[in-house]
Design a protein around this ligand. Structure first.
Ligand SMILES: [Zn+2]
Length: 412
């Protein structure tokens, strides 16, 4: 009986989604996205060339706020956290949030000029996430152009703090503290370019900053004292011996190390920053335990060889935790995203990622992360590239996802 009922519901909802292309103005909006492809790519370059390191997204945020106003969004504002918000009202005050992140992993001094190499654009942040920001702008513009009406409202968000130590604080604020938190029913993040991936699972991660401290001293005169650098080296060696499973995919990285004052001084302090990720919470726990055990062992070993009664000590600080979870495959949002992909002739696969959607997924709010079209690679490197050819199709796909969700949400 339950099975039969489910079948009936799916039939009904397919009909609902299929009403989208016939909605007034949708054809015009789709055509507008294609016709304005070159202009949108120019906008993407312009966005990418405004430096926006995590926690220093202000200049790019202000630019996005002016763009939100230009494309006709209402009540444009920047919240206390630094998220840029703009409304497109539907008949209902309840909303879907359509977000892309402002920040990049590149420090302020990075040269963010975009260069063209044939049909390729090369520049740090050009895909991640200048493409996402361009996509949400283009959708706002196209819906306005087609005068498309929606049942639910759409809250456009250019959010801060997605990368690195930002720990998704922008979206966390939006959904847990922000003034519109109680009006948001679903969440889409547009991140990067891929049209073939629907991220509906949250990749878990844990990040640590490990600091090892000792008495310090002269490299020659105090030779033999407990040495934080040597202990840190041991800790990295022990930690990196770990053999994580390929499935569930589990990874680790010592991304930064530092400390010390001089080549001829025994350091007082050495540190490292470590990132661990897994599709499984249990595996994440395991590798975390391995990290902590490696540090303990390294400290003990260093203290065993140290002379003059000296010791090193470790201090482990958690920098951030991201959780695991899923937006169910039979949720309106995932079905809408799959339907939209199909409209574009694409078989999209459901995958797991570490994106802004982790926050809503962890709150049991339906959320997916989608790509904005075109092709790209080498994100988080200075050689990041993006090929815009055909990229309008990705923008169309995200817009159709929003509209299909709107249909499905109304039939519920
Ligand atoms: Zn990103």
């Amino acid at each position: 009986m339950a099975r039969l009922l489910t079948g009936l519901i799916i039939v009904a909802s397919l009909a609902a989604q299929d009403a989208v292309p016939a909605r007034s103005g949708v054809k015009q909006a789709l055509a507008y996205i294609e016709a304005n492809h070159d202009r949108h790519v120019e906008k993407q370059i312009q966005i990418s060339e405004i430096p926006a390191p995590t926690f220093a997204e202000k200049a790019r945020g202000e630019f996005m706020a002016s763009e939100f106003r230009r494309v006709g969004l209402k009540e444009v504002s920047i919240d206390p956290r630094g998220n840029v918000l703009g409304w497109r009202h539907g008949t209902s005050p309840r909303a879907i949030a359509l977000a892309a992140h402002l920040d990049t992993v590149f420090p302020a001094e990075t040269d963010v000029k975009v260069r063209r190499e044939g049909k390729r654009l090369v520049g740090p942040g050009i895909g991640d996430d200048a493409r996402g920001l361009t996509t949400i702008l283009a959708i706002a513009e196209a819906l306005e152009h087609g005068n498309v009406k929606t049942g639910k409202s759409i809250l456009f968000v250019a959010n801060c703090c997605e990368e690195g130590l930002g720990n998704l604080l922008g979206v966390k604020y939006l959904l847990q503290e922000g003034q519109y938190k109680d009006r948001i029913d679903a969440f889409i993040s547009v991140d990067g370019s891929s049209q073939a991936r629907i991220v509906n699972g949250a990749l878990g991660s844990k990040r640590y900053r490990v600091t090892i401290k000792g008495p310090g001293g002269h490299s020659y005169g105090n030779f033999g004292r407990a040495n934080p650098a040597h202990a840190l080296g041991r800790a990295i060696a022990y930690f990196s011996e770990y053999q994580p499973p390929a499935k569930p995919k589990t990874t680790f990285n010592v991304g930064k190390i530092g400390g010390g004052t001089s080549v001829n001084a025994i350091s007082f302090e050495m540190w490292m920053e470590v990132d661990m990720r897994s599709e499984s919470e249990a595996e994440l726990d395991k590798i975390e335990q391995h990290l902590l055990a490696s540090i303990r062992r390294a400290v003990e070993d260093e203290n065993k060889v140290a002379k003059f009664n000296t010791k090193v000590e470790a201090e482990n600080k958690i920098l951030g935790v991201r959780y695991t979870g899923f937006t169910p495959e039979d949720s309106a949002l995932v079905r809408a995203a799959q339907w939209a992909a199909k409209q574009m002739g694409i078989t999209a696969s459901l995958t797991i990622g570490s994106t802004d959607s982790n926050i809503p997924i962890n709150m049991k709010m339906p959320a997916v992360t989608l790509g904005g079209g075109g092709r790209g690679d080498s994100a988080h490197s200075l050689e990041e590239w993006y090929e815009p050819e055909g990229g309008w199709r990705g923008i169309q796909q995200v817009m159709l996802t929003v509209l299909a969700w709107d249909e499905l949400a109304q039939t519920k």
